[in-house]
Design a protein around this ligand. Structure first.
Ligand code: UT7
Length: 312
């Protein structure tokens, strides 16, 4: 059987500044009622002094300290992000230095938009099988406020900054992942460096329709291939993009609504940080522990989407 992973510890970091729906209603033509009913979001965080890398370092430091491991034993550092401080050096290399990790480490960033953390987990799992060192650090960190157009009410209300990290090791546990990609520039994109207007652009309702189908497909296929049903899963963690997207998916599993954890009201959509922020919350609250069975599903620009089932 393919090796799985054990989540040894988690950590998270958020900027100090909170932006409420009322704050946004002073910037664009919107209101708390519209944002709450259409998205489930009440507030999100925004970097001031913090950056993508400083949040990644803080989240990683917390995860590594909680893990109580020898940091020289970390052989892989991956940062899933769309908003690194630099094009190069990678955020992962800066985390390696700030955490005082060994130079004998494979450190690089993962670019798969909101699906990035799941791609990172899959990549780290595979790398660990051949790694001379037992631990990998996988981080999702975003400073989306850098690429948000705060005159566009259809996008600026959605996104937030934040980071979360996990320390993992190889383990004889179930792990199954399926991922998809469909080249599409039209519905969700952000131009690269050198472009004067490198801001996030999105056709929201098209992304919404894609998301509902993609999440449902990912859950069904992963459950089917593992040969289990939702009843055997403790939590189904969806990328926190919009509470209505998650509610649509949840309706396909009547009786299991409480397995679809949501924290979007506090953070908005933090892209690559959204799934690890849920994992961190669930571990901290004791709702997930060694042996728990979870499904994680994500989707995002690319378009990309991925589903994974793991026994943590
Ligand atoms: O991480 C992955 C990335 N993205 C997503 O997952 C986003 C997925 N999509 C969505 O979450 C939703 O499509 C949105 C929240 C972005 C928009 O909600 P919607 O229910 O799909 O609204 P809509 O785009 O169909 O717009 C309905 C109306 C429009 O007005 P008219 O044309 O009907 O007069 C919009 O101009 O709502 C208007 N609108 C707003 N009104 C108040 C759009 N944004 C706002 C706003 N406040 N912030």
């Amino acid at each position: 059987m393919m090796k799985g992973i054990r989540i040894v510890a988690t950590g998270s970091a958020l900027p100090e500044k909170v932006i409420t729906n009322d704050d946004l209603s002073r910037l664009v033509d919107t209101n708390d009622e519209w944002i709450t009913t259409r998205t489930g979001i009440k507030q999100r965080y925004q970097c001031g002094q913090e950056t993508c890398v400083s949040l990644a370092v803080q989240a990683a430091e917390e995860a590594v300290s909680r893990a109580g491991i020898d940091r020289a034993e970390i052989g892989v550092v991956l940062v899933a992000t769309q908003t690194p401080d630099y094009i190069f050096p990678s955020a992962a290399c800066l985390v390696q230095k700030e955490l005082g990790l060994s130079e004998e480490v494979m450190a690089f960033d993962i670019g798969a938009a909101c699906t990035g953390f799941l791609m990172g987990l899959g990549t780290a799992r595979a790398l660990l099988e051949a790694s001379p060192k037992p631990y990998a650090l996988v981080i999702g960190s975003e400073q989306l406020s850098k690429i948000i157009d705060y005159t566009d009410r259809s996008t600026c209300i959605l996104f937030g900054d934040g980071a979360a990290a996990v320390v993992i090791e190889s383990a004889d546990k179930s792990f199954r992942q399926k991922s998809w990609a469909r080249g599409n520039r039209e519905v969700l994109s952000c131009l690269g460096p050198g472009n004067a207007n490198a801001k996030l652009q999105m056709l929201g309702s098209e992304v919404f329709r894609f998301a509902v189908t993609a999440l449902a497909q990912a859950i069904e296929e992963v459950l089917g291939e593992e040969g289990i049903t939702m009843a055997e899963v403790d939590y189904c963690i969806c990328h926190q993009a919009n509470a209505r997207i998650i509610s649509h998916v949840m309706k396909k599993y009547p009786g299991f609504e409480d397995k679809f954890y949501m924290n979007i009201e506090k953070y908005g959509n933090t892209s690559a940080a959204s799934i690890p922020l849920v994992l961190d919350e669930l571990f901290r609250e004791g709702k997930l522990r060694s042996g728990s069975r979870v499904i994680c599903v994500g989707f995002g620009a690319g378009l990309t989407w991925s589903g994974l089932y793991m026994e943590v």
